[in-house]
Design a protein around this ligand. Structure first.
Ligand code: AKB
Length: 319
């Protein structure tokens, strides 16, 4: 476990990962050591857990001042535009997904902070690669703005580590499934929306075709993996671009079948939109053996356990 004096800033704390990661960090490091930040006003749920600051990650002076004022040592920099939204605002996505990361790397280079977490994505892989079991060291060939920004970010992380010893760690997240906070703007979001619609209305129209398989991960496993990577001894973190994470792989039809086992009347239809092309360029499954070997990545949830947990919690939340 890391030093008890670690002081943490989470950017994008109101997003899908941030909402749950912040709570976990508060549990591990104490309320007084965790500072959540985002663009919106305060949301119920994290309020009682720790400090919250309305902070724009593009405002470098404000970020730097906040980091210095609160003696922040570690930044979980989650603020990002996802794949669907990035296609609609390509230049803004590039700016938002890259520039604040570089600013944080500079602060680490100057010794102002000592550790950074930055999320990458399976979007880095792209076309022309084998679909199944895509390995850690394959050639990256993204065809989306989001994938290009994540690929570039990974290379910057590696550059800052190699050149200046900056301890920046990263995971290539697959689609993330959770019930506490909604997903927003991603291609894998169908796998979250389907549960909300199944519980509320008993039917769902998928924007991804029935047989398009993508890698997915339940949020509990994503949070555990993130904490495991960030608390691993520095010498165990051998990949300084970003670690592959595979989780589980399924297509919308298989997920619908799993939901039908719990909600027998559930029905699904398919109306693919522009996100289908994005999904078609992504892998169907990922080889994450390097993360397992280097820092002990492991999972608790498969499609069955995840579906049962999602539906149980959403029934209470949406009641
Ligand atoms: C998205 O769909 O854009 C994200 C991702 C896989 O990075 N969930």
């Amino acid at each position: 476990m890391s030093s008890p004096t670690e002081r943490i800033l989470v950017t994008g704390a109101l997003g899908q990962i941030g909402t749950e990661l912040t709570l976990k960090l508060v549990e591990l490091y104490g309320k007084e050591n965790v500072f959540a930040s985002g663009l919106d006003k305060w949301k119920e749920g994290i309020t009682e857990a720790g400090h919250y600051e309305r902070l724009d990650v593009s405002n470098f002076d404000a970020m730097t001042n906040f980091i210095k004022e609160h003696n922040i040592t570690t930044v979980y920099h989650l603020a990002s535009l996802l794949s669907g939204t990035s296609e609609k605002q390509p230049l803004f996505a590039w700016k938002l997904n890259l520039e604040p990361l570089l600013h944080l790397c500079e602060l680490a280079k100057q010794g102002v902070i000592s550790k950074i977490f930055w999320p990458s994505s399976i979007a880095v892989f792209g076309k022309g690669l084998p679909k199944e079991n895509v390995g850690q060291e394959v050639v990256l060939n993204p065809s989306t703005v989001y994938g290009i920004s994540k690929m570039a970010g990974e290379k910057w992380c590696e550059y800052y580590f190699d050149k200046y010893g900056v301890d920046v760690r990263s995971i290539r997240y697959p689609g993330l499934i959770s019930w506490k906070a909604p997903a927003g703007g991603g291609t894998t979001d169908y796998a979250v929306e389907i549960f909300y619609e199944a519980v509320e209305n008993g039917n769902y129209t998928s924007f991804i075709k029935e047989d398009t398989k993508m890698p997915m991960l339940y949020m509990d496993d994503a949070i555990n993996a993130t904490i495991k990577l960030m608390t691993a001894p520095k010498e165990d973190v051998k990949v300084r671009t970003s670690y592959n994470l595979g989780g589980m792989s399924f297509n919308p039809k298989e997920l619908a079948e799993e939901i039908t086992k719990i909600i027998p009347d559930f029905t699904i239809k398919y109306e693919p939109d522009f996100r289908q092309a994005i999904a078609d360029s992504w892998p169907a499954s990922i080889d994450d053996s390097v993360a397992k070997q280097d820092w002990g990545l492991s999972y608790d949830f498969d499609i069955k356990k995840m579906s049962e947990d999602m539906i149980k919690n959403l029934k209470v939340k949406l009641a």
